[in-house]
Design a protein around this ligand. Sequence first.
Ligand code: AP5
Ligand code: MG
Length: 220
Amino acid sequence: MRIAFFGPPGAGKGTQALMLADKTKHKHISTGAMIRDAMKAKTPIGEAARTYMDEGVLVPDHLVQQLAQLAIEENQLDCFILDGFPRTLPQARWLNAFLAEHGTPLHAILSLVVPDEIIIDRLSKRRVHAETGVNYHLDFKPPPKDIDPSLIIQRPDDKPEAIRKRLAVYHQQTEPIESYFRDIGLLIEVDGVGTFDEVQHRIDVAIEKARERYYAALER
Ligand code: AP5
Ligand code: MG
C-alpha cells in the first residue's frame, strides 16, 4: 500500500510508521530522518537544510521533494509509508501529481490527532539514539539500561524554544492542508492518544477502511 502519516510534531508518526513498516514489510520514508542523515553526511542538501531544521522551521519544499522523490522511486513507487511528508500545500499537490502520473495514487493519509499539552510532554521527554536514530521516551519507553548513556541524546529541535516554534509552524503551515486531503477523500483521522498498542490498533482499523475504500473506488 501507499500510506502517509500526517500530524503535529510528536504525534507519534515516526513511532507508528516504524511499527507498521516492520509488520507489513513496507519502506518507512521519513523526510525528517533523511534530512538528519544528509546533515550528518554534510551533503549539499544537508548543509542547506541545517539552519531551518535546528530552528524548528520547515525546510524549503524543493529540497524535501528531492529527497522524497528519490526514496519513493528507489522503492518502485509502492509499499511505502511516508512520515512527515507532505506538510505544505505545494508538497501535497506535487506528491499527488507525481503519483498520479505513474498510476500509483496514495491509499490514505492517516492523521494522528494529539492535543498540544501531550505533544509538549512527548517531545520534551523524547531521547534519541545518536547512531541508530531509535526514539525513546523517558517515561513510556525508557532507553534500555545496556545502552551507553552518552549515545542517548536530545534532538536540537526538542529544546523548549524549538518545540514551541515547531508547533506554531505546524498550526500555521501544515494543519491547513488537512482540508485539502479531506476534500480529495484521502484523510482518515486516528486518535493518537493512548498506549503505543492502542494507537497501533486504531491504525490497523483505519488501514483496513482505506483498503476497502480504495478497491471499491476501482470497481466503480
Ligand atoms: P520530523 O523529524 O518529521 O519531526 P516532526 O514532524 O516534528 O515530528 P517528530 O519526529 O518530532 O514527531 P513524531 O510524530 O515522529 O513523533 P515520535 O514518534 O517521535 O521533522 C523535523 C524537521 O525536519 C522539521 O521541523 C523540518 O524542519 C524538517 N522537515 C521534515 N519533513 C519536512 C517536510 N516535509 N517539509 C519541510 N520540512 C521538513 O514520538 C514523539 C515522542 O513521543 C517519542 O519520545 C515517543 O517515544 C513518544 N510516543 C509516541 N507515541 C506515544 C504514545 N502513544 N504514548 C506515549 N508516548 C508516545
Ligand atoms: Mg518523527
